[in-house]
Design a protein around this ligand. Structure first.
Ligand SMILES: Cc1cc2nc3c(=O)[nH]c(=O)nc-3n(C[C@H](O)[C@H](O)[C@H](O)COP(=O)(O)OP(=O)(O)OC[C@H]3O[C@@H](n4cnc5c(N)ncnc54)[C@H](O)[C@@H]3O)c2cc1C
Length: 383
């Protein structure tokens, strides 16, 4: 058998791009296929916690990513009715406590840093390559081209075509809809930028954080809704929908709404996956990122998990004598944690969007930090 020499990755999002750089740096010949005509990310923000940043450190871009992002010193959770702070988080000691920063960043800025790292590592990057079929470790694209390698990795997101080889079921609508926009920080909302956070209420919440040197804020608002389940970041939304949901919330919420109304607004129905029993097929095909474990975003950990997967996969394959052994080690190291985060993300929506906001946190805080997620280190977990 012997150590595999080549890896074919389908999907150049955050997970696939990280995996391509990590695997190439470990000496594998990596080909990365992306359906879109160019490599890039959409205009929205992302939180990356210290566990994910340790993954970026493994591929040498932790500080570069931190430099294009913002390191918040504090965050808070506010009550929908009067805006009072229910819980405040000191984020000023994240580096000292966990050995890596906590950042909020524009996705496109992060993706550019990742793409440069993958290029430097020698990844063969092919855009405009939409995979339509796959057999063994080979794939065929819509334009008829085909590609093959020793190992095939599906990093092709929640609607993964590679995942169809593991289960026929499509993703399911979670009952949550998200609205997002990017807003310039103006004097009217400067205080909301200085102390970012989440306003929580029954069945809905409003999240805001800084990107791009704190000159811009990313807004992402959530509500439980049935009847519309279109997944995708680019569906335009009507601000009147937000006014109907949040119009009776506190003054801070009204200032967020007013700022959002002046910007292009998009909505996204959140689709996710049930945990899969196994992530490895025939000892040579695997999944990572949303293709493996698409989750609700209520712990802000989907991309973080994809980065962790990528680093652990590269380490596991590099340490193994065969593809089958490497992939088995990858699954053994990652499956339990990813499944735990997937399930806890759903539970966190229930905690944050409970019918009686006054009860929030009464039984002790359970969030991404108190659940212990930040202490994980993909650079050193046993593979
Ligand atoms: C509202 C919202 C907020 C979120 N906030 C956070 C957060 O703060 N922190 C966090 O860690 N996570 C967050 N997430 C989750 C995070 O966005 C995802 O988990 C992450 O982007 C998944 O990355 P991925 O690379 O696995 O998949 P994707 O980003 O979906 O990338 C898949 C790539 O594969 C390509 N592709 C698809 N099909 C094919 C094909 N057939 N052939 C070739 N290429 C293909 C796609 O074009 C795409 O580029 C959030 C999610 C949502 C919805």
């Amino acid at each position: 058998m012997g150590r595999p020499g080549s890896v074919l990755i389908v999907g150049g999002g955050i997970a696939g791009m990280t995996a391509s750089a990590a695997l190439a740096q470990q000496g594998f010949k990596v080909t990365l296929l992306e359906a879109a005509p160019a490599f890039g990310e959409i205009g929205a923000g992302l939180t990356l916690t210290p566990n994910a940043m340790k993954g970026l450190d493994f591929i040498g871009i932790c500080e570069e990513a931190a430099a294009v992002g913002v390191e918040p010193t504090r965050q808070r959770i506010q009550h929908w009715r009067d805006g009072r702070t229910i819980v405040a988080f000191d984020r000023s000691t994240q580096r000292a406590t966990y050995g890596a920063p906590y950042i909020t960043v524009h996705r496109a800025d992060l993706h550019d840093v990742m793409t440069a790292a993958a290029r430097r590592a020698g990844v063969e990057m092919i855009a405009g390559a939409a995979v339509v079929a796959s057999e063994g470790t080979s794939v065929t694209c819509a334009d008829g081209r085909s590609f093959s390698a020793d190992v095939l990795v599906g990093a092709d997101g929640v609607k993964s075509i590679i995942r169809q080889r593991f289960e026929a079921a499509p993703p399911h609508f979670t009952g949550h809809v998200a609205w997002r926009c990017l807003v310039p920080v103006t004097p009217e909302i400067q205080d909301l930028s200085d102390f970012p956070g989440i306003i929580i209420g029954p069945g809905a919440m409003m999240n805001r954080y800084n990107v791009r040197g704190s000159r811009v804020m990313n807004f992402v608002f959530f509500a439980r809704q049935e009847g519309w389940n279109e997944e995708g970041w680019t569906t335009p939304a009507d601000p009147a929908e937000l006014a109907a949901i949040f119009g009776h919330w506190c003054d801070d919420a009204q200032r967020l709404l007013a700022a959002a109304t002046r910007q292009p607004l998009f909505k996204w129905a959140i689709n996710a996956r049930q945990p899969l029993d196994r992530w490895v097929l025939d000892g040579s095909v695997t999944l990572l990122g949303d293709a493996a474990h698409a989750m609700t975003p209520f712990l802000g950990h989907g991309a973080a998990c994809g980065i962790e997967d990528a680093v652990v996969l590269a380490r596991a394959l590099a340490a193994a004598d065969s593809a089958a052994q490497g992939l088995a080690r990858y699954q053994a190291a990652r499956h339990e944690r990813a499944t735990f985060i997937q399930l806890e993300s759903n539970a966190n929506a229930d905690r944050m969007q409970g019918q009686d906001t006054d009860l929030f946190g009464m039984e002790g805080m359970k969030d991404e930090e108190s659940l212990g997620l930040f202490t994980y280190d993909p650079r050193s977990v046993v593979v």
